[in-house]
Ligand binder design. Structure first.
Ligand code: NAP
Length: 400
């Protein structure tokens, strides 16, 4: 039962167009878990002429590899026919060749373009509160200009910020990582910017309120200020390229950042116009936890997406200090997951479904508990299924 549910082609996307045996085009197969030694850990691209495509895919399947995508390459008019010796033998000897038109894959994702020793200097374009009156704390949306450099990123990544000033030992502050809240095109959809969703960290120590160094630096920063930025980093939270995937998003507080980027990519009209290859038509379900209604983040945008895409977007809130769970305690997102556990589990049984979790680590045990019960109701073991989902790149967690 487990095999077909968590099948190896979970994220596979095949775009071959019309192919015939006389087809002269080359096909690039993006695969992971295939090859020998270190190759098995990396994502690889193998390009073969059409007559060898089927054999390659059989070989990959026999050796337990996972095909992520198959793309046809256009053959320029008048080009020579594909060489017939590019065949792949049963030993995985094919040479990985960069695909011309690969979907976003782990190998293509930019990382560490700017390091702490030589950070990018970004200029603050905008910094405004995301909270409504009566909210608890301070959460800001901050946008930086990246146009002067080569800092680019994809949805689900993070950047590092090095706050100005020195620590108690007179050393420069260390960087702090923040999840990116914008799409690769930025909030203006023109590229060259990055946005963050930052909550000012505040806690009490010995009767004094301590403000987080970097989060306070960011929440206070004025447009025009220069900021040291590193990265981007992270491949855990990447969105699959499938336009008809189902995306379940579980976020607490500022953990909404990557989800806001996904939802913009899926539903924001200007973003859709930018991404002809990604016209989302699956189901996106956001379960969002905040303490009070005025703490809801990006609410107007999400309401707009609900109105425009009622078939594709679902939005469930857990407002901890206004709503109660069935035991009379604060309503947390794990309580919402419990409430909808069977439905969520059924969705997870669909190989097109991905789950993303971002925010407080404390939500994880409750979510596991809910999934354990839902799996058990079908005679399945969640403790066995979850690692399979993770391996299939369908269970994405970034919690602190
Ligand atoms: P917050 O506003 O303080 O809290 C969000 C909601 O989570 C509140 O309703 C809160 O309820 C609730 N909550 C508290 N404990 C919980 C638990 N054990 N399980 C489930 N829900 C719980 O959130 P925030 O300050 O923005 O913080 C979000 C956290 O996410 C921070 O720790 C931040 O560092 C982290 N974060 C991580 C990433 C990442 O990993 N990439 C990105 C962004 C943020 P009550 O306060 O009413 O109890």
């Amino acid at each position: 039962m487990i095999g077909p549910i968590f099948g190896s082609d979970a994220r596979m996307r095949v775009s071959t167009g019309k192919a015939t045996q006389s087809d002269g085009r080359m096909f690039t197969v993006v695969v992971e878990g295939f090859g020998v030694g270190l190759q098995r850990r990396a994502e690889r691209r193998i390009t073969v002429p059409f007559p060898q495509l089927q054999r390659l895919m059989q070989t990959i399947a026999q050796q337990g590899g996972r095909i992520l995508a198959v793309n046809a390459e256009e053959v320029p008019a008048g080009s020579a026919p594909a060489p017939s010796d590019a065949a792949v033998s049963d030993a995985p000897a094919a040479t990985p060749t960069p695909a011309k038109k690969a979907p976003v894959s782990h190998a293509d994702v930019p990382v560490n373009l700017y390091k702490p020793k030589d950070p990018f200097i970004g200029t603050v374009l905008d910094n405004y509160s995301l909270l409504a009156e009566g909210a608890i704390g301070r959460v800001n949306h901050i946008t930086f200009d990246l146009s002067e450099g080569n800092l680019h990123y994809v949805e689900g990544q993070s950047i590092g910020i090095i706050p100005d000033g020195e620590d108690a030992n007179g050393k420069p502050h260390k960087l702090r990582l923040y999840s990116i809240a914008s799409t690769r095109h930025g909030d203006n959809c023109e590229g060259g910017t990055v946005s963050l969703c930052v909550r000012q960290l505040q806690y009490e120590k010995d009767g004094t309120t301590i403000n987080g160094v970097c989060s306070t630096f960011l929440c206070d920063i004025e447009p025009g200020a220069k900021v040291k930025i590193t990265g981007p980093v992270g491949k855990e939270m990447l969105l699959p390229p499938d336009e008809d995937a189902n995306i379940i998003m579980l976020a607490t507080g500022t953990g909404i950042a990557p989800m806001r980027a996904y939802l913009r990519r899926m539903f924001e009209p200007a973003e859709r116009a930018k991404n002809p290859e990604y016209q989302f038509r699956g189901k996106a379900w956001l379960i969002m936890g905040v303490p009070k209604t005025p703490n809801l983040l990006y609410e107007d945008d999400f309401q707009r997406y609900l109105a425009e895409y009622p078939e594709n977007f679902r939005y469930t809130k857990a407002i901890s200090r206004e709503q109660q769970n069935p035991s009379g305690g604060r309503m947390y997102i794990q309580d919402r997951v419990t409430e909808h556990a069977d439905e969520i589990f059924s969705l997870i049984e669909d190989p097109k479904t991905h789950v993303y979790m971002c925010g407080l680590r404390g939500m994880e045990p409750g979510i596991d508990e809910a999934m354990t019960a839902a799996a058990a109701a079908k005679g399945l073991e969640w403790s066995e299924l979850r690692p399979q989902l993770k391996k299939a790149d369908r269970w994405h967690v970034e919690t602190y």
